[in-house]
Design a protein around this ligand. Structure first.
Ligand code: GN1
Ligand code: MG
Length: 353
């Protein structure tokens, strides 16, 4: 077992006792390692996704350093015995974090107050990083939420897909094509509207927050994708998981419904922490973002399905297709609610100039 050798390369305390697979992430293999002293989180870094691991780890260190001492920052990297942020094992690259004890994560909110805390957590994350220079973080996955790039990937993958798969996905392919113009126009608008690029999280699904202690204090984790981006991406991606009554991979699409209370509470918490930071144009850019981010995730899942499931980890062969269908269904629900979403956001940012 490689993990047993790997964990001992890090400056950990205590005797290693056991390890178990941990969490619901789609990218890295994560283990919770127990020692006679305290638990740790060990991750095998996915090098297919993150080609430049030194820059990835530098980003995480720069952001953690900047957030040091602020409430809601509990992520602490454990260096190797040689003082390096990651270890090169026989077959892969590994890193270790201190395990955040007495904490919980959720794929969906249990109630409105959890949604509001999540909004405060992600909102505060952006506002605390507002004075970190963009140059402090590298773009480890270029064009991550650029729909024009995602469509180029899509066109190429679709061009190489088997006729059987194309036939199977005919409805979803039709939906993707019907959205292309609108989605590209939104993304281009973000550029053309001279919105500021900020250091954002870029992967704000609810389970990337740990709720710590009795107070459920939100602590934003999974800093892999912290890169320059538009704040609308973080708002939209959070709504994607927080305001959908169904899970990300729900097969029964009748369960895909907009949970307005969770949307409102998230938006309230997020606005409270960002109202003094965002420009008026940034506030205006938020309303379409939930539909945009939900669509882009559906597109990435479907592209991965057509291309042979190489990117996301899956639990069964059709997992990415199931995820894509669910995301497309929710993107449609969000479109139907766009006026309400727009008005609610405006009301939360009233007074913002
Ligand atoms: C991946 O690592 P994880 O599971 O938090 C993905 C996100 C997607 C998400 C979909 C680096 O996030 O972009 O939104 O799955 N991360 C990367 O659930 O691609
Ligand atoms: Mg994660």
């Amino acid at each position: 077992m490689e993990w047993a050798n790997v964990i001992n390369q890090f400056a950990i305390e205590g005797e290693v006792l056991s390890a178990e697979l941990f969490g619901n992430g789609h990218i890295h293999q994560t283990f919770k390692v127990s020692t006679s002293d305290k638990p740790y989180l060990l991750q095998e870094i996915n090098e297919e996704v993150f080609a430049d691991v030194p820059s990835l780890m530098q980003n995480i260190q720069a952001v953690s350093e900047h957030l040091k001492g602020t409430k809601g920052n509990a992520l602490e990297l454990v260096l190797t015995k040689q003082g390096q942020p990651y270890y090169e094992g026989q077959a892969g690259l590994w890193r270790v974090f201190h395990f955040v004890g007495n904490s919980k994560s959720y794929d969906q909110p249990t109630d409105g107050s959890l949604a509001e805390l999540a909004g405060e957590g992600f909102g505060e994350f952006i506002s605390q990083l507002a004075d970190l220079p963009l140059a402090a973080v590298s773009e480890t996955i270029p064009d991550f939420h650029d729909i024009c790039w995602r469509f180029r990937q899509w066109d190429e993958t679709k061009g190489n897909a088997s006729s059987q798969k194309l036939e199977e996905c005919v409805d979803e392919i039709g939906f993707v094509e019907s959205q292309r113009k609108k989605m590209e126009a939104y993304f281009k608008g973000l550029h053309e509207n001279t919105l500021p690029l900020r250091v954002i999280h870029n992967d704000t699904k609810l389970n990337n927050i740990l709720f710590v202690g009795e107070q459920q204090m939100p602590c934003v984790v999974d800093l892999d994708t912290v890169m320059p981006g538009y704040v609308a991406f973080d708002f939209g991606d959070a709504i994607r998981t927080i305001a959908n009554r169904a899970e990300e991979d729900e097969k029964d699409l009748a369960k895909v419904q907009f949970e307005k209370v969770f949307f409102e509470r998230f938006a309230k918490g997020f606005a409270a922490k960002t109202i003094s930071v965002f420009t008026k144009k940034e506030v205006e850019s938020l309303a379409f973002a939930p539909a945009y981010m939900t669509f882009i995730m559906g597109l990435r899942f479907l592209t991965d399905y057509l291309g042979g499931n190489k990117y996301y980890s899956i639990k069964h062969e059709k997992h990415n297709l199931v995820r894509a269908k669910c995301q497309f269904a929710f993107a449609q629900v969000l479109h139907q609610n766009i006026s309400y979403i727009t008005n609610y956001i405006q009301s939360m940012y009233q007074g913002n100039t």
